[in-house]
Design a protein around this ligand. Structure first.
Ligand code: BGC
Length: 412
């Protein structure tokens, strides 16, 4: 995988931190601001408050200053709303910045953007230090905060998972985008220059979303989706797996059927040609429809695609298409996890250690059939015996919490 980002494992060997720490989690169509109160070894996370703000679509393809200014103003409001009864009144606030795009990391709190992914495309930010951009925007809004750490959401998930369970070795995001990070022995990293980290371990952000291989089951629908995307030729694995794309793959299959058969009526009276009109939550709802006449499917087809009067047989076919697209995604994600487990020598014959995979992201959290298929495939690939030592754990909001924890570990 071409993009790697290194972060010393020391930062997730927490020091029983105490106090208030902040996190900013930017990676999807929303960003979140968090305040976390850490209460030491036993009480751990005493309090967690957060605010989610949706990013206006024009800011995702505008310029960097506008996006960071929007984020900094939400941060300013979040801090102002705290009032004055906060223990931090006379201390500079420390922030962990989760920035979920490929970054060339130069230190724990700096890194340049390699490229945008998902629905973002802001040319003037590429090659720039995203922490410096955020720090400048915060300065203009009068927010007195220090960015103590810059991390990827997979690294945050790994850190948050590990804070609660020392056996967590992989952090995975299955949401709008997809990626994984894992703990590697520093000596196994040829790219690493200079002194090895004291812990002997590093976290590698694999950026698996950018994986591509002729072995991947890419269809004509995937090819068309890729060609019409913001980043053609890139993030191929992600385009087969992640929540941003699954709904649109299903739409493309339905469109082809509509063009070749009368099953969905007159195509021009439907919305089948509108990109991204069918979203992954819609296909999840259709896939889970248990009504005898598949009324949820009928409703989704009517609401989203303006397709009415389908037969029960046609609705069954739609459910099956949703299922096929979902299963392909879940099985590929499971294969990615097994690949990493094999790389680190886990869950192989003779390995007695427990290996926990911390997962965050809406696709995994909200789509039961996806989750079940992923877990079933892990069992199939690892074998029943080895699979017993592997646990997949939902680590809700791990990407944000992990940033606050890492900020705490690197606080001054
Ligand atoms: C980004 C990764 C991120 C993943 C999940 C991908 O598009 O390249 O950095 O971890 O999405 O948010």
């Amino acid at each position: 995988m071409p993009y790697c980002q290194f972060a010393d494992m020391l930062f997730i060997q927490f020091r029983n931190e105490e106090g208030f720490f902040y996190a900013l989690d930017l990676g999807g169509t929303n960003f979140r601001v968090l305040r976390v109160q850490l209460a030491g070894k036993d009480k751990r996370v005493a309090k967690r408050e957060s605010k989610e703000v949706s990013i206006p679509p024009h800011l995702m393809s505008g310029n960097a200053a506008e996006l960071f200014s929007f984020i900094a103003s939400a941060l300013a409001k979040f801090v102002t709303d705290e009032g004055h009864n906060n223990v931090l009144d006379d201390k500079q606030r420390e922030l962990g910045f989760t920035f979920s795009f490929p970054v060339r990391q130069s230190s724990i709190a700096s890194g340049t953007l390699i490229k945008w992914t998902k629905a973002f495309s802001i040319d003037d930010a590429v090659g720039e230090d995203v922490v410096a951009e955020l720090q400048t925007a915060m300065g203009k809004q009068g927010v007195d905060m220090r960015v103590a750490a810059l991390i990827n959401d997979t690294v945050g998930t790994l850190a948050a998972g590990r804070y609660n369970d020392k056996d967590v070795v992989i952090g995975v995001i299955l949401g709008t985008g997809s990626n994984a990070a894992y703990v590697e022995e520093a000596s196994a990293i040829p790219k690493l220059e200079g002194e090895l980290p004291k812990s002997g371990n590093m976290v590698i952000n694999t950026e698996w979303g950018n994986f591509d291989s002729s072995c991947l089951p890419v269809t004509e629908y995937d090819q068309a989706l890729d060609e019409e995307s913001l980043n053609p030729g890139e993030q191929i694995f992600e385009k087969l797996i992640s929540g941003l794309y699954l709904g649109d793959i299903v739409r493309r299959v339905l469109l082809k059927i509509a063009l070749q058969t009368p099953l969905f009526g007159n195509v021009s009276q439907t919305k089948l040609k509108t990109r991204f009109i069918l979203r992954t939550p819609d296909i999840s709802a259709m896939r889970h429809d248990e009504t005898p006449d598949l009324s949820v499917v009928a409703e989704k087809l009517a609401e989203n695609l303006k397709i009415r009067d389908t037969s029960l047989e046609t609705r069954k076919m739609v459910v099956e298409i949703c299922d096929i697209v979902t299963r392909r995604s879940a099985r590929l994600a499971a294969a990615g996890i097994v690949g990493i487990l094999r790389k680190i020598g886990r869950a192989v014959p003779g390995d007695e250690r427990r290996s926990v995979v911390a997962v965050d992201g809406g696709l995994f959290e909200h789509y039961a059939a996806f989750r079940e298929c992923l877990e079933g495939t892990l069992m199939e690939l690892l074998g029943e015996e080895a699979a017993k030592s592997v646990a997949v754990k939902l680590t809700k909001d791990g990407s944000g919490l992990g940033a606050a924890l890492i900020a705490a570990a690197h606080s001054q």
